[in-house]
Ligand binder design. Structure first.
Ligand code: PMV
Length: 331
């Protein structure tokens, strides 16, 4: 089950959504290959109320310059409805590959859909993807899907009936639930910000070379084996596959000396590690040896990174303070 739909709720209201981490298959997912993601227990919260003009955290200029907010309002606020004041607070670092824009898009879409009469969860997934794609211009629905679904999700892989399917006309992405093994993960931001769209375009060019199809097949194979390994709670296999995935990400040119330094700094106390998200900066994800999480976080701090010890957030984007099911709910 992907969780209840978004109930109808009048303004003012608040919504929140989790960030995400890609365990296997970043970049290849853009080209329709399999990937495994989890929603992480670091959240972005938005508040919506009526106002005299569109504002973001009190600023009309900030609102006008924010492509995600503008795209969301254009799609989901009824023409002629009063303008909105949107306030945002987040524990997710920006431009770090941990899904801050997906969490903002998903929480904002949940709030706007609630104020417009409620919606099913698959409609929320579609709208959150449309906001991110509209603002970013490129990319897959992986990040917004994890933020909307919560827990672990396989895209174009896994078993059973899809929670939902999304398409951009060229590619299709089927989303399936993977059972949460309850593991603790270490994420570490390198403090090197990066731009997803630029990195996605560079990798797309790289994959257009003659060995592109073979590389994509190898990415797909690692992700498919990773999905199966998480489903059967096989930590040793997951750890080995994190390393295999990192080799491929190096090969398409998206690792970075700061990411490699973080991976090296924690190697003695983790079972496996790789970069996560678009790369070329951003963050790494590691599976710490049980009991070594604090040691690993200290090693990250000494190496100049910012560590987050996380688990899966079991529930995706939701209104804050609303009943779990109501009108408009669907699965
Ligand atoms: O670094 P992020 O959080 O923007 O993740 C990007 C993941 C990519 O696969 C590189 C792009 C995408 O849209 O799936």
């Amino acid at each position: 089950m992907s969780g209840a739909g978004i109930p109808a709720q009048s303004l003012p209201l608040a919504a929140r959504a989790p960030g995400k981490c890609i365990l296997f298959g970043e970049h290849a997912i853009v080209h329709g290959r399999p990937a495994l993601l989890l929603a992480i227990d670091l959240f972005t919260q938005v508040g919506l109320r009526e106002a005299a003009s569109l504002r973001l955290n009190g600023s009309a200029e900030e609102a006008a310059a924010h492509p995600y907010l503008r795209t969301a309002v254009a799609r989901l606020r009824a023409p002629g409805a009063p303008p909105l004041e949107v306030t945002v607070s987040s524990r997710l670092p920006k431009a770090a590959g941990l899904g801050s824009s997906a969490a903002f898009s998903s929480a904002l879409a949940a709030g706007l859909l609630a104020s417009g009469g409620g919606a099913s969860r698959d409609r929320l997934a579609l709208e959150a993807f449309a906001i991110e794609r509209g603002a970013q211009g490129v990319g897959s629905p992986g990040d917004t899907t994890a933020s909307v679904a919560g827990g672990y999700v396989a895209v174009n892989g896994g078993d059973g009936r899809p929670l939902w399917e999304l398409s951009d006309g060229d590619r299709r992405w089927a989303v399936r639930r993977v059972r949460d093994p309850g593991w603790v993960w270490l994420l570490a931001y390198s403090r090197v910000p990066r731009d997803t769209a630029t990195t996605v375009r560079a990798v797309t060019e790289r994959l257009a070379r003659p060995d592109g199809p073979e590389l994509l097949a190898r990415f797909g194979d690692v992700a498919t084996r990773g999905i199966a390994a998480v489903a059967r709670e096989d930590r040793a296999e997951v750890a080995a596959l994190l390393g295999e995935n990192q080799v491929l990400l190096r090969e398409v040119g998206v690792s970075h000396p700061r990411l490699e330094a973080l991976i090296e700094a924690i190697a003695p106390v983790v079972e496996g590690a790789k970069l996560t998200g678009a790369g070329a900066g951003g963050s790494i994800v590691a599976l710490p040896r049980p009991g070594s999480e604090v040691d690993a976080a200290r090693r990250i701090a000494r190496a100049g990174g910012i560590a987050y010890v996380v688990r899966a957030a079991p529930v995706g984007a939701a209104l804050i303070g609303a009943a779990p099911t109501a009108a408009g709910a669907g699965d």
